[in-house]
Design a protein around this ligand. Sequence first.
Ligand code: WTA
Length: 676
Amino acid sequence: MGKQKGVIESKLKETRVFYPSIEFSQKANVDADEYERLKRWSETDWEGFWRYFALKKIDWFKRFDEVFDGSNPPFYKFFVGGKLNVSYNCLDRHVRSWRKNKAAIIWESESGETQVLTYQQLYIEVNKFASVLRTLGVKKGDRVLIYMPMIPEAAIAMLACARIGAIHSVVFGGFSSEALKDRIEDAKPKVIVTADGGFRNGKAVPLKSNVDEAMERVEHRVSYVVVVRHIDRDIHMKPLRDFWYQDLMGDPDYAQIYCEPEHVDSEDPLFILYTSGSTGKPKGIVHSSAGYLLWTMLTMKWVFDIKDEDTFWCTADIGWITGHSYGVYGPLALGATTVMYEGVPTYPTPAKWWELVEKHSINILYTAPTAIRALMRLGNDWVLKHDLSSLRLLGTVGEPINPEAWMWYYQIVGNEKAPIVDTWWQTETGGHMITTVPGAQFTKPGSAGKPLPGIFAEVVDMGGNPINDPDKGGLLVITKPWPSMLRGVWGDDKKYIDVYWARFKDKGYYFAGDGARKDEDGYFWIMGRVDDVLNVSGHRIGTMEVESALVSHEYVAEAAVVGRPDEITGEAIVAFVVLKEGVDKSRHDELVRELRDHVGREIGPIAKPSEIIFTDALPKTRSGKIMRRLLKDIAAGRKIEQDISTLEDVSVLEKLSELRDKLREEMNKGENGNSG
Ligand code: WTA
């Protein structure tokens, strides 16, 4: 006991606690009293809590009959029998209010070009594109694949799908044609919406040509490809299949200015979004309409404290869940102003983001720790040159934030006046799960905080028993269903059960795949993935996906991929590769380049290993399992202290140990990973 107490005391001394200012709390949407009330309400009258908010926040065409149907776990349903339309909730209700001429989307490019769409303008564009899609034969339940740069048309396409009840599947513009091909084959879209290209780091990125390449190799027949003219380059357009977006939108036969919104069921899928898991293929995470919409709205209001006068900027690409929930649906459903930036943080200058904050007077900034660390490294001057006094709230997502980066964000970016919300959630959870509510709770750098009202999370041992020792880590689980939870894996119920529910079947817990620790205040400290998923720059990358990309190369016999800690990207990808007999190893650098490019082509630049190490064999247990923990230690340049009695071939270990020193040398050179 005595020892334990000592540990806690020293931890308290280490961890500083930050309270929001009185001004912030007084004006906040949720203060401490309201927070306690919400929390108690969700604990004592769970259904009543959700009923109240669903009725209050969503405009229904038909009210739901039942809040929750848990009769067939884990296939849970919320707001059963209700009819609504998500685009109606994001647009129609605002254009009938004073918000009609309020900015909905403010877009800016790297070159500083801007475009503002008011709610009325966005409403017209979405109606027009929805009627274009209908004219092209897209019906409720059909899939539409969106492969776009960060331009307003991407959001327009998403909302247009929602309007006609089509299910969108947005594929990150940085993914390769191969990744696109897999996603086309899985979701079988009727139409693909893309652009001639996008801009990134001053360079034009081809998108349409990736679509063409993917289409050449898929069996599924996509009826039409709609192409937004954006970078104005000559591209190939296949007659009768490919159409320019601008042509269709200018043709009154296709694009009508009103398109009747489909009345969809609460549980009808709104979208599919692919994410990496611990298998070789990404999973199509399915989200519902009503539950998802409700939670993006509530978290916008509670966690981001959004007010009508705010300009909100979520820096995530629309191809990720963060871009879906907090770039598009959450802000628009609440009638907020959302900023969209097409480009990287450091182009044309390292001050680009701060220029944006100043120029658009951004009030709330939501980004990833990896970006914060990268910008921090460039020095304070870039930040301090700009007037960032508009910022009143900061947020992070995607990976644990190290206290040093937290403090920099707090002091240099937020000028010690903007609280930070560190939001833990996942593609699967639809919206924030564990975080502080900024006007109600104190923050601790490095801890996400507590489960939000309505969310029930625990840290448990392998048997599902809660761990109450604040110094012991365990597995993070969600113990009760929640409205914005995934509804399944597209076309694969078994995977849905196996990945998320099988581990704690008896308890009915959702297994998040993360390790965590819960401290003496009930604050959660997320420790990272416990499965074979890496977190590189806040992006989830399955080691198996990279491994299968590597072994698909003609030179590769075997590959094992692990992560090693990286100062900027959080984790970096290290691949151990066994080459096939006869491959000329003297071409070392060339081989490395070739394999990295190959992974780039197979998945996308974000999955390129930052390190490739050639070895004669991989360390395996007697049963033939690759000893990943060992490889991890080697990749990180750590001393190997593990039990090696299960090692089949100890000499392999010795060989690999030699590599460790080489690695350490290279790490010291300051080489960091590939943030895409
Ligand atoms: C990690 C992104 C620590 C975690 C919304 C999770 C975090 C995975 C945090 C989901 C955070 C996300 N602190 N780790 N605040 N937020 N993660 O699906 O490992 O791209 O399981 O969703 O990112 O990544 P995804």
